[in-house]
Design a binder for this molecule. Structure first.
Ligand SMILES: Cc1ncc(COP(=O)(O)O)c(C=O)c1O
Length: 424
């Protein structure tokens, strides 16, 4: 086929789908801006005007605990360099089943129902590939983790149907909002993707709230995927309840996703987990796993880590303590800077309300303010628009993405700049 217009990037012919990917990169701008600035990080002495990242969902508060544990598991056996099951070695999946039972679900999990792939994003992409066909809809309550859009829409070609919650009701989700979103959808809705603890709200959902969600999905006979990546990163009063713990079995339509990325501050190791009792789904994912397997070396090191119950308990307790401490320090800094925010009890986030700093509360004004904060205060937040929130004026702030002193310095700079902007 001759190269038509737009099929010839930089002199190299691409397929239509390659061209589409090359010209519509799924990465949002705040992430590109982050990587452009990251080498110029804030330092109190050497670089006080340096860049402060508050936009990437990472936890930098526990490396002193994690680093030695990873290093201690380096005596690897030969099998880590050999081919093995692409969905995870038998011993890793056994260790994961015990870990998930003990720390999240509270009842035995069959290791055969556990699959490990290269990160939660990959798990979601492959799981939804097997659940829905191109053009079909997946319901996602908003505000939401921005990555669901590339995960589900880029290669799976699904359409996310947002179920918007509102600031007026503290962004709590009701089943009426789910009904409204389904009614407004122009495509069949095949699943609900539900995140608890929530990114970016930092809330946990109670047993009763989860019961309503599960009953809603069961009544409609659609798949329900619980994304529980922040299950162990709860620092507030409310206890985490896993959606997977509410029924004696998951059945064919409830699936659980977790990863080492957040609760073990190990996003770079790329290890995400799927628990599904649906044999067909597991077989289909198995058919794709070869292209996104977790390295044998990483599986081995993580297996050693999660098999040490005492270490996991100690690490988790200390991680939660540090998250709570950082949350309180950052709350004080936000209050001093007069930046209102939704209070949180889990995860890495504040959803900040910048409406008081806008003359007109519009999407354009939000984008302008985000850019202005980036250039004036050298501080990068996640725009609410990227969280697909239903109303403009909000931005997500990730508080453990740098040491707390850096985040506090970034907020102070934003507070000073915003106060000056108000006066001028
Ligand atoms: C709710 C949620 N799900 C999935 C992911 C993707 O995680 P991973 O880095 O393991 O692909 C993230 C990352 O921020 C997330 O916040």
């Amino acid at each position: 086929m001759p190269a038509g217009p737009g099929r010839n990037i930089r002199g190299v012919n691409l397929s239509t789908r390659g061209e589409l990917l090359a010209t519509n990169r799924p990465t949002p701008r705040y992430i590109d801006e982050h990587f452009a600035r990251v080498e110029n990080r804030w330092d109190p002495d050497a670089n006080p005007d340096g860049y402060v990242s508050m936009c990437i969902a990472e936890n930098k508060l526990v490396w002193d605990l994690l680093g030695p544990k990873l290093a201690a598991g380096r005596e690897v056996p030969q099998r880590v360099v050999e081919y093995d099951a692409m969905v995870g070695t038998a011993s890793f999946r056994e260790a994961l089943a015990i870990f998930l039972e003990r720390h999240m679900v509270g009842r035995p999990i069959d290791p055969d129902h556990v699959i490990a792939l290269a990160g939660a994003g990959t798990v979601l992409e492959m799981l939804f590939y097997t659940i829905a066909d191109p053009g079909e809809g997946i319901l996602v309550p908003t505000p939401s983790y921005s990555g669901f859009w590339p995960d589900l829409e880029t290669r799976d070609e699904l359409q996310i149907i947002p179920a918007h919650t509102t600031s007026e009701s503290g962004f709590r989700l009701t089943v009426d909002q789910l009904d409204e979103a389904v009614a407004a959808a122009s495509v069949p809705v095949r699943a609900l993707l539900f995140t608890s603890p929530n990114n970016p709200l930092g809330c946990v959902y109670s047993h009763d709230e989860l019961e309503d969600i599960i009953t809603w999905a069961e009544t409609r006979e659609i798949h329900l995927v619980f994304d529980e990546l922040f299950a162990l990163s709860v620092y507030g009063e409310a206890a985490f309840v896993s959606g997977a713990s509410l029924r004696p079995a998951l059945g064919p339509r409830i699936h659980l996703v977790w990863a080492f990325s957040k609760d073990f501050a190990a996003s770079g190791l790329r290890c995400g987990i799927l628990v599904s009792e649906n044999e067909g789904i597991r077989q289909a994912v198995d058919g794709l796993a070869y292209w996104a397997a977790v390295s044998g070396d990483t599986q081995f090191v993580l297996e050693q880590m999660i098999s040490d119950d005492a270490w996991v308990d100690e690490f988790t307790a200390e991680n939660q303590r540090r998250l709570g401490l950082a949350y309180r320090e950052v709350t004080a800094a936000l209050e001093k800077a007069s930046i209102p925010h939704v209070s949180a009890q889990a995860g890495f986030f504040f959803l900040c309300d910048f409406r008081p700093f806008m003359d007109e509360v519009t999407w354009e004004a939000e984008a302008e303010l985000w850019e202005w904060l980036l250039t004036t205060a050298n501080a990068n937040l996640t725009p609410g628009a990227d969280c697909h929130i239903g109303e403009p004026g909000f931005m997500r702030l990730v508080f453990p993405s740098e040491r707390t002193a850096a985040v506090v310095a970034g907020i102070e700079r934003m507070g000073t700049a915003l106060a000056e902007r108000r006066r001028s």
